[in-house]
Design a protein around this ligand. Structure first.
Ligand SMILES: NC(=O)c1ccc[n+]([C@@H]2O[C@H](COP(=O)([O-])OP(=O)(O)OC[C@H]3O[C@@H](n4cnc5c(N)ncnc54)[C@H](O)[C@@H]3O)[C@@H](O)[C@H]2O)c1
Length: 275
């Protein structure tokens, strides 16, 4: 159901690779809610993925940009301002990648060149994006910038590897930049800490299949899907959340506040979980 929550708003959406992507679902929901959007991804992801199909479906312009390149981000923001004919109301940063995870290199044997790339792509790119938007005075008052995080920023999830460190930095940048952006321009900056989700990036995490099922079992409301995430993100883009900023907002069916779950105890008792 649509509520016209984003009627007249204009936004940039990073990270739609294919229809499994969380960003893909956010793009669809934003347009359903009345927004005009511009899509962006790296040239290689545009070539290998199916973003052009989404662009056709949503009437969006696609502008290639590597989120680690300030030059690309500057070009992207300039293009968006010109294309929209005015300031930007919302931005979704759904960007993440770890070469260490991709290459199955364990955390205790980290390749530091890879780790620097993980941090650049998954965390610093958010600072670069915010700084570009800020310096170009590109966001409308009460504009909203959202990135996607994961609970491994707070609690150890073995296998999430150096992405956990990147997410911790991402959430810190959200607070630090959010304070400045809120005070000077009235712009909101938040992260949504999403349940494990079966996307291309998600499937790269070792053991995600079992972890996905276990998190679903432990969460009182079950895992939040990519569609659920899109619903939540749309509210953060809307005028209904104008005083929400500098937050890491758990969107995980309650998982983050659970300690012991009866179903896990039962599974342990039946020998399904062992040391
Ligand atoms: N899938 C999950 O379980 C889960 C859970 C919590 C948070 N997240 C986060 O959600 C975000 C979106 O991931 P997803 O799960 O939808 O997977 P996805 O693979 O569909 O999206 C990741 C996107 O990052 C883009 N990307 C990678 N390097 C980039 C770069 N240098 N510049 C610009 N874009 C780049 C990819 O092209 C891709 O579109 C990520 O930040 C991810 O960490 C995912």
């Amino acid at each position: 159901m649509a509520y016209n929550l984003l009627k007249g708003k204009r936004g940039i959406i990073f990270g739609a690779l294919n229809e499994l992507s969380i960003a893909w679902k956010v793009a669809e929901r934003a347009v359903e809610e009345g927004a005009e959007i511009l899509l962006t991804n790296t040239p290689v992801s545009i070539r290998l993925g199916t973003i052009n199909q989404l662009a056709e479906q949503t009437g969006a312009l696609v502008v290639p940009a590597d989120a680690t390149s300030v030059e690309d981000l500057q070009n992207l923001v300039d293009t968006a301002l010109e294309h929209f004919g005015g300031k930007i109301d919302f931005v979704l940063h759904a960007v993440g990648m770890s070469p260490n995870v991709r290459k199955n290199i364990p955390y205790e044997d980290t390749n530091y060149q890879n780790m620097l790339k993980t941090i650049d792509i998954s965390a610093l790119s958010f600072h670069k994006l915010l700084q570009t938007l800020y310096q170009k005075d590109a966001m409308a008052e009460y504009g909203s910038v959202v990135s996607l995080s994961y609970i491994a920023a707070q609690r150890t999830v073995i296998g999430y590897n150096d992405m956990a460190d990147a997410k911790a930095l991402l959430e810190s940048i959200t607070r630090s930049f959010g304070a400045i952006y809120g005070k000077t321009c009235g712009v909101r900056v938040n992260t949504v800490s999403q349940s494990p989700t079966m996307t291309t990036a998600g499937q790269g995490i070792a053991g995600l299949g079992e972890w996905f099922e276990m998190a679903d079992e432990i969460s009182p409301l079950g895992n939040a899907s990519a569609d659920d995430c899109a619903d939540y993100v749309v509210t953060l883009f809307s005028d209904l959340t104008r005083k929400v900023t500098m937050q890491n907002l758990y969107h995980d069916g309650g998982f983050s506040n659970m300690a012991i779950s009866p179903s896990v105890i039962e599974a342990y008792g039946k020998g399904k979980i062992s040391e």
